[in-house]
Write a protein that binds this ligand. Structure first.
Ligand code: IFM
Length: 441
């Protein structure tokens, strides 16, 4: 399916695709277990009862997957390093081979150092997990740093805190609501310590992948506005403010663990300057005053005690996951981040954007990506310094508590045979990349 030409992005713009270790690697027996292995072994945790023991078997098929990346023509590949695998004999060798294969194919490796698969037995409620993370990061950087230039510390600490520690729909399955905040603080501290560890190991370009989305009040009613502001605080500013301003937003600091002086000292570490800021964008949220327990998009049920409720965004197409398709939300989000943080916002890279749809002739995915890439161009035209865009995801994969029921890939994976088949969106993205690189005029 051809679309109208997409406006030209600035020279040097980085085009890529993303995946994560637990969602694609498989070969679970060749590594230590993670909190996700423990979680998926508990009945009822994953909707289709599946596990990531085999997933896409990328561990054994990485050469085929790198060939797909090369054929697609991306500049870069964002993958994650599994901490439990690095803890296991020969684990780092796998990433060594993967990075070599990528470099040989002319695709820049962009590793994420934590994408939710914490080694079983570790816990983000424990402060010490942050120091352990920094030691693991040093090991990875010492091994891969001669070939890796761009690093990502954490993926979406907001979702990992909310879904894993506050609501319990993701590993480790805790339902702590606001008592989950220490897990957020310790991940942010781990991020800051990792930035220092990476710099000490000579790394040049360090960022984080934070999920963000505009929050729209359900109405002008002050109760809806207040609820939306609190939601925005928890899902957006709780993570970007400390990183970019060195302070927690008002209303959060007093909920944080430890005495205030200790948190202040931690904030200095958390606010280590970043070389770039990764944004994962999927959809905005429309939020109003509490309405009792309600199921929101993605089948997630928010408990009645929360001081907000998430409402449907009417009049928009939705993905198979039920997420509304709102491309202009990306422009709004990026101009909003620029307005809030000004010079403190480093150059932005969209580290994830994508949608779940069935089928090989995935025109809905093409429409989604086309709309979002144009909206991203809108942000560039509005003066936001955006340097890259990564589609989530290269492959259909293990979509956490949804199992294999949600397909985000440009490449279809038959989970019975593990055969890979590029979808129509893969061909579309390849054409977009070719057009972006064609000589001007
Ligand atoms: O699959 C996830 C990914 O692991 C983190 N960001 C959102 C994606 C889609 O839900």
């Amino acid at each position: 399916m051809a679309t109208q030409p997409i406006p030209r992005f600035p020279d040097g713009f980085l085009w890529g695709v993303s995946t994560s270790a637990h969602q694609i690697e498989g070969a679970a027996r060749l590594r230590e277990p993670s909190v996700w292995d423990v979680f998926t072994a508990e009945p009822g945790r994953v909707k289709d009862g599946s596990t990531a023991a085999v997933a896409c078997d990328h561990y054994h098929r990485y050469r085929e997957d790198v060939a797909l990346l090369a054929d697609l023509g991306v500049d870069a590949y964002r993958f994650s390093v599994s901490w439990p695998r690095v803890n296991s004999p020969g684990g780092l060798d796998f990433y060594d081979r993967l990075v070599d294969e990528l470099c040989a194919a002319g695709v820049r490796p962009v590793p994420t150092l934590f994408h939710w698969d914490l080694p079983a037995g570790l816990d983000w409620l424990e402060r010490d997990t942050a120091s352990r993370f920094a030691r693991y990061v040093t090991r990875v950087a010492d091994r891969l740093g001669d070939r890796v230039v761009r690093w990502i510390t954490l993926n979406e600490p907001a979702e990992h805190t909310l879904l894993g520690h506050a609501l319990g729909t993701h590993a480790p399955g805790r339902t702590l609501l606001f008592d989950a905040l220490p897990a957020a603080h310790h991940q942010l501290l781990a991020h800051g310590l990792a930035v220092r560890a990476l710099r000490a190991a000579g790394a040049a370009e360090i960022g984080i992948a934070n999920s963000h989305g505009p929050t729209w009040p359900a109405s002008d009613d002050p109760a809806d506005r207040e609820a939306a502001d609190f939601y925005d605080l928890l899902l957006n500013r709780l993570f970007s403010d400390p990183l970019l301003t060195g302070r927690y937003p008002e209303g959060i600091a007093e909920l944080m663990p430890g005495d205030a002086r200790r948190v202040d000292a931690d904030l200095e570490i958390i606010a280590e300057p970043l070389d770039w800021y990764g944004v994962n964008y999927y959809a905005p949220a429309r939020v109003g005053a509490p309405q009792g327990a309600k199921t929101v998009f993605g089948g997630l049920t928010l408990p009645a005690e929360l001081p907000f409720s998430v409402r449907a965004i009417e009049g928009r197409p939705v993905t198979d996951f039920g997420w509304p398709v709102v491309p202009e939300g990306l422009t709004e989000l990026l101009t909003g981040l620029r307005d809030r943080y000004g010079d403190r916002l480093p150059p932005v890279v969209i580290t994830e954007n994508g949608c779940s749809y069935e089928g090989l002739d995935d025109r809905d995915r093409i429409a989604y990506l086309d709309g979002h890439v144009r909206a991203l161009h809108g942000a560039v035209a509005a003066g936001v310094d955006v340097r890259g865009y990564f589609v989530w995801s290269l492959l259909d994969n293990f979509e956490w508590a949804e199992g294999y029921a949600r397909r985000f890939g440009l490449v279809h994976v038959d989970f019975a045979t593990l055969e890979r088949t590029p979808k129509a969106s893969y061909a579309w993205f390849r054409e977009v990349l070719r057009a972006q690189r064609a000589p001007v005029g």
